[in-house]
Design a protein around this ligand. Structure first.
Ligand SMILES: [Zn+2]
Ligand SMILES: [Zn+2]
Length: 280
């Protein structure tokens, strides 16, 4: 069975995030370990980590995934790239203190210097970060992107180049966002095309590397390269696809995290839909 859940806010502290997850019956949650729009944050104390882990153990939440700051761009040029490497190292240490094993990262944008250069920067940046945090268990999950502007990662093939460039380091994996994949041009609405994608992932990465899915319907059309999350079943993707995904035993124990809008049917409605589609 996949582990279903939500991205929850840490406003009021890490324990509040656990509470929010519990309220919605989450089996997995995703959090930012700091304000995602700021570079700096107060360090996490060992006691904060211990209390968080204790609260988790007493909850029904089985997995926690962290999402790195939106400011980080390893594909960019200096000084942004250096600053991003430092920030990513800090994010990994924060996850380590909280006992979080998976950290979702946007691959970044080349900002006009060209895809090749951006890709090289990204690989090199990740290599340095992995080396400097070699004692941490935290795995970096590169997220598939809609491909707006100069953003990297609209094609899954690019991640193959990144992982190849990092000698298939075991601390690297992928996070698949359903809205982003669809907006990037992947057809998911037919069982055959979904199967084709999963086979591609299995052959090129191995399914163990898929550490997380983001479940979002898409307001924008297929191939639009626009990143517009929508409630499940209220977008262009539709419920059929999500039903196929939820009943696929290849995602047993993998966190499937909602990042749908808070308005309208909101978290309660989307979680209820997921349970219904999964059968319980
Ligand atoms: Zn993301
Ligand atoms: Zn998105």
């Amino acid at each position: 069975m996949p582990l279903i859940g939500l991205h929850v806010s840490i406003s009021g502290g890490f324990l509040k995030a656990v509470e929010r997850g519990e309220t919605h019956g989450c089996e997995a949650i995703q959090i930012f370990t700091k304000n995602q729009l700021q570079w700096k944050a107060p360090a996490i104390s060992p006691s904060q980590g211990i209390t968080f882990l204790k609260a988790l153990r007493e909850s029904g939440i089985r997995r926690v995934v962290a999402h790195a700051s939106y400011l980080i761009n390893l594909a960019g040029e200096e000084p942004l790239r250096g600053k991003s490497m430092e920030a990513l190292i800090d994010e990994i240490e924060r996850c380590d203190h909280l006992g979080i094993e998976d950290l979702v990262l946007h691959p970044g944008a080349h900002l006009g210097q060209g895809l090749e250069k951006g890709l090289l920067n990204l690989i090199e940046g990740l290599r340095v970060v992995l080396e400097k945090t070699e004692n941490a268990r935290v795995r970096i999950l590169l997220e598939t992107m809609a491909g707006q502007g100069t953003v990297l990662g609209a094609r899954v093939d690019l991640f193959r180049e990144v992982l190849q460039g990092l000698d298939w380091n075991g601390r690297m994996g992928l996070c698949l966002d359903t809205c982003h994949l669809f907006a990037a041009g992947y057809e998911l609405r037919e069982k055959g095309s979904y199967e084709h994608l999963v086979k591609n992932l299995e052959k090129n990465f191995g399914l163990d590397r898929i550490g997380c899915w983001h479940l979002n319907d898409s307001k924008a059309e297929k191939g639009s390269h626009r990143d517009r999350h929508q409630h499940l079943g209220e977008g262009e993707l539709g419920l059929r696809f999500f039903s196929i995904l939820l009943s696929d035993s290849r995602w047993d124990d993998v966190p499937l995290i909602l990042e749908t809008p808070k308005c309208g049917m909101g978290d309660c409605g989307n979680m209820a839909l997921l349970r219904k589609l999964r059968g319980h």
